[in-house]
Design a binder for this molecule. Structure first.
Ligand SMILES: C[S@@+](CC[C@H](N)C(=O)[O-])C[C@H]1O[C@@H](n2cnc3c(N)ncnc32)[C@H](O)[C@@H]1O
Length: 556
C-alpha cells in the first residue's frame, strides 16, 4: 500500500519492509478464535503491522494510537468481557472495562518501548511521537476516574513503619507510604508523584514469604508425609505457628497482621440470614463447608500424631480460619525466575488495596536480571493519592467471600451466570461469542445499546434463545413472526428475573449505620443484586414495549 497518510485502518494495514510495530494475538490465548472473529468483524487481522515509515500526517501519532487501542482492547479481553462485547461500541463509558483499557494501553506502550531498543529501527522520532500520544491517552483516561480518600491521622502506623524499615534493610525499594484510610483499613499512598512505568515498589525475592521458608522449618518433614496435601495448605499450616515465632525472619510482617480479617468466611448468623435469596449465600456456605471438612481431616492427623510440632492450642478451627483468610486476602501468585509459580505473601505489597481502576496491573513475575518483584505503574499516581492494585477480575460476591469488601464503583464483573447449557450453541458464520460458553447477564447500565433486538442484554444470550425458537421458523418467515419470538424471549427472561427478585424479598428499611460490619456488607450486597436484577427487568419490559409497538405498525 502506498499512501498511508489519512485513515487509521490504512496506517495499520501498511506493510513496511523496514520497521513496523506488530500487534499480534497470542497463539496460546484460549480465546484466540473468538477474538480473531471479533477483530475480523471490525476489519482487522489477528496480526496487525503499524507502519512507521510514512508518518507525515500531523495527527499521525494520535490517530495511530487510537486505532492501535481499538485492536489492543480486543486482544486483552477476558472471557466475560468478550461475552458482553457489543457490535458498535464498548460501553457507555467508551471502553470495555477500566482494567482492559489500561492493559491495552500499557501493552501498546511496551511494544513502542521494545521498538526503541531495536537497533534496526531508524524511526526513533516517530516512535517518540507515538509514545507521547499513548501516554496522553493514559493520562486522559486517568483524569476521568479520580477517587477521593480520607486518611485517618489519629491511627498510628508504628508497626507498619517498622516493617518499612525492615524492608529497607532487606533491600526493598519503596516509593509508598502506609496510612489508615477510611473504608480501606491500611492502604499505600504515593510518597512522590509516580509516572507511567515508574516502579512504586521493588521487593527482593529474599523478602518474599514463599515455600522456602516453610520447607526449611521443622514441620516440613511431618507435613510432607500427609497424603495429598498441597503446598498451599502446608504454607497455611506453617503460617499459623510462624505468627507466634518471636525469632521469625518475618516477625515484622506478622506483627502488622490484624487479629481479625473480617472476610465473608467470618460472617455471623445474622449476616448469613440477611443474605437469604442472594447468590452470595450459596458461595459462602460452600466455601465454609469445604474449609471445615479440610480442617477436620487435617487436624485429626496432625495434632494427634505430632502434638509437639502442631500444638492443639495453636491449631484450633478459629486459628485455621484466620490463616485461610490471611492467605485468601493477602497472597499473590508469583512466577519466579526459574518459571515456578508459587503462592506467596509479600510484605509491604500486602498493604496495596484493590481497585477496578488500578494503578498497577501487572506484578506477578520476578525480574530475573535483578531477582526482584517489581510493582510498575500502569497509570500515573500523584503524591498523596492512594495507589491501587488489581487483585483480578473478581465479582463482588468473590471479593466479599475472600477479601471482605465490595468495590464502591460499578463492577463489570458482577455477573449472574444463568443455568443454560451453552455447550450446545453452534457457532454461526457471523461473530458469535456464545459458542461453548456459559450464558450470563449483568447490570444493563453497562450496555450502550437498548434498541430493539438488543435491549441492553448480551447478544450471545439473545442469540441462544433465538436459535432455540427459530427451529420453528424457516429463513423466509415474515418479520412479524420473528418479532413474536422476541416477545416470547423477553417474557421468559422477565419471568426468570421476577422470580429472582421475589427471592430477594422486601427492601430493608433499616438504617445501615448501626449494623455490625458483616450484616451491613450483606445488606449492601443484597441491594446490589436487587439493582442488577431490577435493571434487567426494566430492560426486558422496555424491550417488550419496543417490539410490541413494532408489531402494531401496519405491514407493507
Ligand atoms: C492485601 S490487603 C490490603 C491491605 C489492607 N487494607 C490492610 O489494612 O491490611 C487486602 C484487604 O484490604 C481490604 N481492601 C482491599 N481493597 C479494598 C477496597 N477497594 N475497599 C475496601 N477494602 C479493601 C480488604 O479488607 C482486603 O481483605
Amino acid at each position: 500500500m502506498e499512501d498511508c497518510k489519512e485513515s487509521a485502518s490504512d496506517i495499520l494495514l501498511c506493510m513496511d519492509e523496514n520497521h513496523s510495530i506488530v500487534l499480534r494475538l497470542s497463539e496460546n490465548d484460549p480465546l484466540l478464535d473468538k477474538k480473531k472473529k471479533l477483530l475480523q468483524s471490525k476489519g482487522y487481522d489477528a496480526e496487525v503491522h503499524i507502519q512507521l515509515k510514512n508518518a507525515l500526517h500531523p495527527k499521525w501519532a494520535h490517530t495511530t494510537a487510537e486505532a492501535m487501542l481499538q485492536i489492543s482492547r480486543i486482544m486483552h479481553l477476558d472471557e466475560a468481557e468478550l461475552y458482553f462485547c457489543e457490535d458498535d461500541s464498548c460501553s457507555p463509558m467508551g471502553y470495555y472495562t477500566q482494567k482492559n483499557e489500561l492493559e491495552a494501553l500499557n501493552s501498546m506502550l511496551s511494544q513502542v518501548n521494545s521498538s526503541f531498543l531495536d537497533d534496526r529501527c531508524s524511526q526513533k522520532d516517530i516512535l517518540q511521537d507515538l509514545w507521547e500520544a499513548i501516554i496522553q491517552l493514559i493520562c486522559e483516561f486517568g483524569d476521568k476516574n479520580i477517587t477521593e480518600i480520607t486518611v485517618i491521622n489519629s491511627q498510628d502506623c508504628d508497626k507498619e513503619n517498622f516493617l518499612l524499615q525492615w524492608g529497607e534493610k532487606s533491600g526493598v525499594k519503596n516509593r509508598l507510604q502506609i496510612a489508615y484510610i477510611e473504608g480501606f483499613g491500611r492502604g499505600a499512598i504515593a510518597a512522590t508523584d509516580l509516572k507511567v512505568g515508574d516502579i512504586a515498589l521493588e521487593i527482593p525475592v529474599s523478602a518474599i514469604i514463599s515455600e522456602d521458608a516453610m520447607k526449611n522449618s521443622d514441620m516440613f518433614p511431618a507435613l510432607e508425609k500427609v497424603d495429598g496435601i498441597s503446598t498451599e495448605t502446608m504454607l497455611l499450616l506453617w503460617s499459623m505457628k510462624e505468627r507466634y515465632n518471636s525469632s521469625s525472619t518475618f516477625k515484622n510482617y506478622f506483627d502488622t497482621l490484624p487479629e481479625e480479617f473480617n472476610t465473608g468466611l467470618s460472617f455471623g448468623v445474622d449476616a448469613i440470614v440477611a443474605l437469604d435469596g442472594t447468590l452470595l449465600l450459596e458461595e459462602l456456605i460452600q466455601a465454609k463447608e469445604h474449609l471445615r471438612n479440610q480442617y477436620d481431616e487435617l487436624f485429626l492427623a496432625l495434632c494427634g500424631d505430632h502434638p509437639d510440632i502442631f500444638p492443639p492450642e495453636l491449631y484450633t478451627w478459629e486459628q485455621f480460619l484466620w490463616a485461610c483468610e490471611l492467605w485468601y486476602s493477602n497472597s499473590m501468585k508469583i512466577q519466579f525466575a526459574d518459571g515456578a509459580l508459587q503462592t506467596c505473601l509479600i510484605p509491604i505489597a500486602g498493604f496495596l488495596n484493590h481497585s477496578l481502576y488500578p494503578h498497577i496491573t501487572q506484578y506477578g513475575k520476578v525480574d530475573s536480571a535483578t531477582n526482584t518483584l517489581k510493582f510498575r505503574m500502569s497509570r500515573p499516581c500523584q503524591a498523596g493519592e492512594q495507589c491501587y492494585l488489581s487483585y483480578g477480575n473478581f465479582s463482588s460476591s468473590h471479593l466479599i467471600t475472600f477479601y471482605g469488601f465490595m468495590p464502591q464503583m460499578d463492577n463489570p464483573y458482577d455477573i449472574i451466570q444463568l443455568d443454560i447449557d451453552g455447550s450446545q450453541d453452534v457457532c454461526s458464520d457471523e461473530f458469535d461469542a456464545s459458542s461453548g460458553t456459559t450464558h450470563m447477564v449483568r447490570g444493563t447500565w453497562f450496555s450502550d445499546n437498548h434498541s430493539i433486538f438488543h435491549y441492553g442484554l448480551p447478544a450471545p444470550l439473545l442469540n441462544h434463545f433465538r436459535r432455540a425458537q427459530e427451529d420453528f421458523l424457516d429463513a423466509g418467515s415474515p418479520q412479524q413472526e420473528k418479532l413474536k419470538i422476541e416477545v416470547e424471549i423477553l417474557e421468559d427472561l422477565c419471568s426468570t428475573f421476577s422470580g429472582m427478585m421475589e427471592n430477594l424479598g422486601e427492601v430493608d428499611s433499616e438504617s445501615r449505620e448501626n449494623m455490625d460490619w458483616d450484616v451491613k456488607l450483606a445488606a449492601e450486597y443484597k441491594s446490589l443484586q436487587r439493582r442488577i436484577v431490577s435493571s434487567i427487568l426494566s430492560s426486558c419490559y422496555a424491550g417488550r414495549k419496543l417490539v410490541e409497538d413494532e408489531l402494531c405498525k401496519p405491514t407493507a
